[in-house]
Design a protein around this ligand. Sequence first.
Ligand SMILES: *[C@@H]1O[C@H](CO)[C@@H](O)[C@H](O)[C@H]1NC(C)=O
Ligand SMILES: *[C@@H]1O[C@H](CO)[C@@H](O)[C@H](O)[C@H]1NC(C)=O
Ligand SMILES: *[C@@H]1O[C@H](CO)[C@@H](O)[C@H](O)[C@H]1NC(C)=O
Ligand SMILES: *[C@@H]1O[C@H](CO)[C@@H](O)[C@H](O)[C@H]1NC(C)=O
Ligand SMILES: *[C@@H]1O[C@H](CO)[C@@H](O)[C@H](O)[C@H]1NC(C)=O
Length: 331
Amino acid sequence: MAIVLVITRVTMLPILMLLFTFPPSVLSFTFMQLPLPSPAMGPESYAFYRGEGPYTGVGDGRTLKYAGPNAGFLDYAYNTPNRSKAVCDGNTNPSLGPTCGRPLGIGFLLRTGELYIADAYLGLVVVGTNGRLARPLANSAEGQTFRLPDGLDIDQLRRQVYFTDASAVFSLSEIPLAVAANDATGRLLRYDIETNTTTVLLRNLSGPAGVALAPDCRFVLVTEYIAKRVQKYWLTGPRANTSEVLVTFQGMPDNIKRTPAGDYYWVAVSIPMPNAVTQPMAVRIDGFGRILTSFSLSDQYYNKTISEVQEYGPALYIGSMDTDFVGKYYF
Ligand SMILES: *[C@@H]1O[C@H](CO)[C@@H](O)[C@H](O)[C@H]1NC(C)=O
Ligand SMILES: *[C@@H]1O[C@H](CO)[C@@H](O)[C@H](O)[C@H]1NC(C)=O
Ligand SMILES: *[C@@H]1O[C@H](CO)[C@@H](O)[C@H](O)[C@H]1NC(C)=O
Ligand SMILES: *[C@@H]1O[C@H](CO)[C@@H](O)[C@H](O)[C@H]1NC(C)=O
Ligand SMILES: *[C@@H]1O[C@H](CO)[C@@H](O)[C@H](O)[C@H]1NC(C)=O
């Protein structure tokens, strides 16, 4: 498969400009924390189904479902048959990762209510409509075992799951090493639900963390955390099977999520600042890579990286590997 890299648009905005591009309405946001059940940490990504949720994967391997302000988050799914709550709940030890699991990207197949999960240790798995134990679907492609499955989005019409393997070398606990090594062994993949086969779409990606399909699935956007940019991979049309760099950021982009309406995408970007401070930013781009909105979340996430910004209903849901709550902005 020919991969053509064409740099059409590289946007390098100075930080100050980024800070001043938000619309005034952002100033009136109110922020709410939905607490996770102790000791769960790290709601990395969100999914919703028929108005219910958010569902989110946490650091100790569970997927939780928000059941309202009184019940809070309840256990929904787990990814290995040998996961025990006694050993795994609250676990932060990476060597227990293969036993406990670690859901990162999640997404519902809306027709059936099945939840597809990119698990950092176990590969692509799926869980049925009542949650509980997931079943494995894929843990390698072209003979190469996944090392760090991460972002996920679903083509609902064609029943295809787009997901990333962020590195062929470094695992979840080794991300700082991957950044230091400038790793470029990540892949963009597509799992076909009908045929149970996985296809490699892009190779040599530098920390592919998030993936988002266009409204009509003409293209798919993939973030590169280490290369600090977003690539657009065309799925149809004359440029099908080729990719181009869409936009470059000053910080590391993690997940990218399309808004419910239109060709707009929220990207969670963490910018390294002087004195080892991290500046978490919510950035909204369009399908041409133009930055439309961008604002800092430092008041709520001081010096923390954020992993996701997802618009749902009247709110933006903020994900982070470093918090014990789900952040919710009303606007
Ligand atoms: C738990 O299961 C996973 C695969 O499902 C395996 O890799 C791991 O070694 C198992 N752990 C234990 C302690 O049996
Ligand atoms: C799907 O393919 C994987 C290998 O990639 C295999 O292990 C698994 O059994 C297959 N599942 C079904 C339902 O055919
Ligand atoms: C891209 O990755 C492949 C392995 O998947 C490797 O053989 C090749 O050398 C890489 N190409 C570049 C330009 O790094
Ligand atoms: C893209 O790749 C697919 C599968 O390999 C192929 O069927 C299709 O013709 C390709 N399209 C273009 C425009 O190259
Ligand atoms: C921000 O966090 C990093 C590590 O996460 C730490 O090294 C640094 O000292 C922190 N900076 C401040 C100002 O707290």
